[in-house]
Design a protein around this ligand. Structure first.
Ligand code: OGA
Ligand code: MN
Length: 206
């Protein structure tokens, strides 16, 4: 079974720039186990939704990927979740962010699937603090992640998905988009959350 982190996530970049890109963040064995798990759960992937709480809806003009929320039903998921828990602890020590939760889903993009420019969190309306994206395969063509400069139409960076690369960024600051996939693309998108209440209601997972 897979062991924990093969290298450190570049958390200093997260502090300096608000985002960080770490190649080979997790070892190959775990990445392979996670991809196998994607195929195992393939039947349960469903059209991704946008919005939150009572406002969740499918809008395939905005995103076309299929997702499956991790439920801890395999050793690979449990190992991945344990790693993210340990990163959460480090983040709380380094940034005093009071993160209490990590939620994540597998995402599958097939040819032509995209996710238009969006923010994962809106100031004061969400408790998502940091977004994570871990790539599980290395599509040769398409599916690049474009991260924009805060409050700008200018591109900060274009990231080609490569298996094992972990991207993290501040959810409220960086709009981003996934360009249309050509080759099949698998990833885990996740969010470290803080426990704020929205109109008196604690934001539940998802
Ligand atoms: C998301 C997202 C980026 C990616 O799921 O919210 O923006 O590269 N994913 O998969
Ligand atoms: Mn996003």
């Amino acid at each position: 079974m897979s062991t924990i982190l093969s290298s450190n996530v570049y958390l200093n970049d997260l502090e300096t720039y608000g985002y960080t890109i770490t190649p080979d963040a997790l070892n190959n064995e775990l990445i392979n186990d996670l991809i196998t798990d994607c195929h195992r759960t393939a039947l349960y992937f469903s059209a991704a939704k946008i919005g939150r709480l009572n406002d969740l809806q499918i809008d395939q003009t905005i995103r076309k990927d299929k997702t499956f929320w991790l439920d801890g039903s395999s050793q690979a998921q449990l190992t991945y979740q344990a790693i993210m828990e340990s990163i959460k602890t480090t983040l709380n020590r380094q940034f005093f962010t009071g993160l209490f939760d990590y939620e994540c889903h597998y995402a599958k993009y097939t040819q032509g699937d995209f996710y238009k420019k969006h923010l994962d969190a809106f100031k004061g309306r969400s408790n998502r603090v940091f977004t994570t994206v871990l790539y599980l395969n290395s599509p040769k063509r398409g599916g690049e992640l474009v991260i924009y400069k805060p409050k700008s139409k200018q591109i900060e960076v274009v990231i080609k998905p490569v298996a094992g690369t972990l991207v993290m960024f501040e959810s409220e600051r960086f709009a981003h988009e996934v360009l249309p996939a050509i080759d099949e693309r698998f990833s885990i998108a996740g969010w470290f959350r803080k426990n704020t209440s929205i109109s008196g209601v604690i934001d539940p997972p998802r």
